[in-house]
Unconditional design. Structure first.
Length: 340
């Protein structure tokens, strides 16, 4: 359903999109849902090609057992091997996670000069700030960390530079991957082959209180004010990531201020009568102390307007958790970058 609504929003807002072929990486899509996806594509003169990513990720998993699944599926890891999964005639590929909504034109991405890069993505402000403060280092040498929900590939460069081998070499380090495909790509693809996209192409912070959100993003010094304002007011791609912070509008209890916008597209889709799923926080309550702390911070972010208050509480709880970890001799959390 989520992937279908994403496809519908993409085609509705990009009537001049040139390729007539849309790919879905298929890890077991039900035949009835394939019919629905095909109906949406046909409505806009497109057709769907299904790509079986499982043989590729299964092969990699056998060789590198430490490559973890994400919420029970290896599907996200396909993003690190798209050059082996898509047909060889594909030169440029825009990959969108299913939990996205395309609310504007991606025409600029079709003609974007990536400056010789193999992969373009949006910096994730909070992790990028850690890198620039010297708190985190990536094996890639990059000074920004990107979210992998929206990726633009130049597959000609990817193949010429043999980025596939770079990914394999990264796996051979046996690094524990915090977010399998995302951590892998950020560390495997060197800085010279990465390109930064504007924030409007991966707007994720819409679960926050509208008065907190711009202040939160500005705090990290990664995005300029004009870029932040454009992403909030006129996003091209909204990304509904994260169950803990109630950002998913196909679940009950969603906090995103873009929820109603998403539901309008749902109402135009073949899933218009499909009920919303359970309230994530009620079905998956955090029972450990750090988890409860995180849930409380997300609640503060969403429900009250003061960023200063939220930041102060977050800092205090972070120090409490750090002290608790030292007292209890807890193992360190997995690193997004170079491991100690």
């Amino acid at each position: 359903m989520e992937a279908g609504i994403s496809l519908l929003s993409f085609l509705m807002n990009n009537p001049g999109y040139e390729p007539d072929e849309v790919f879905f990486v298929d890890y077991g899509i039900h035949p009835r849902n394939k019919e629905r996806l095909g109906e949406i594509a046909a409505r806009y003169g497109k057709h769907v090609t299904y790509l079986d990513g499982k043989p590729m990720t299964d092969r990699v998993k056998r060789e590198f057992p430490h490559l973890g699944a994400w919420r029970g599926t290896m599907a996200p890891n396909a993003k690190a091997f798209m050059d082996k999964i898509v047909p060889s005639y594909v030169d440029r590929l825009l990959f969108l996670d299913a939990d996205t909504l395309v609310t504007g034109s991606v025409a600029d991405l079709q003609s974007l000069d990536m400056g010789g890069a193999a992969l373009a993505a949006v910096p994730q402000a909070w992790t990028t700030a850690q890198i620039r403060r010297g708190q985190l280092k990536l094996y890639s040498g990059s000074d920004f960390y990107f979210n992998s929900g929206v990726l633009l590939y130049d597959l000609n460069v990817w193949r010429r530079e043999d980025c596939h081998q770079m990914v394999i070499d990264m796996l051979r380090t046996k690094k524990q991957l915090y977010s399998p495909d995302q951590t892998l790509l950020n560390n495997a693809i060197p800085a010279r082959l990465q390109y930064q996209l504007p924030l409007k192409y991966d707007h994720m912070t819409h679960y926050m209180h509208p008065r907190q959100e711009p202040k939160f993003l500005a705090t990290f010094g990664v995005h300029k004010k004009e870029e932040i304002d454009e992403a909030i007011q006129h996003p091209v791609i909204a990304h509904f990531t994260g169950g803990d912070h109630q950002a998913r509008p196909w679940h009950k209890g969603c906090w995103s201020y873009r929820k109603d916008e998403y539901l309008r597209y749902k109402a135009l889709s073949p899933w218009k009568d499909t009920p919303l799923l359970y309230d994530f926080r009620k079905k998956h309550p955090r029972k450990d102390f750090p988890g409860k702390c995180n849930m409380f911070i997300y609640w503060l972010m969403a429900k009250q307007p003061s960023h200063t208050l939220t930041a102060t509480v977050a800092l205090a709880l972070d120090r409490v958790n750090a002290l608790r970890a030292r007292i209890l001799h807890l193992p360190p959390e997995m690193e997004e970058g170079v491991e100690n």
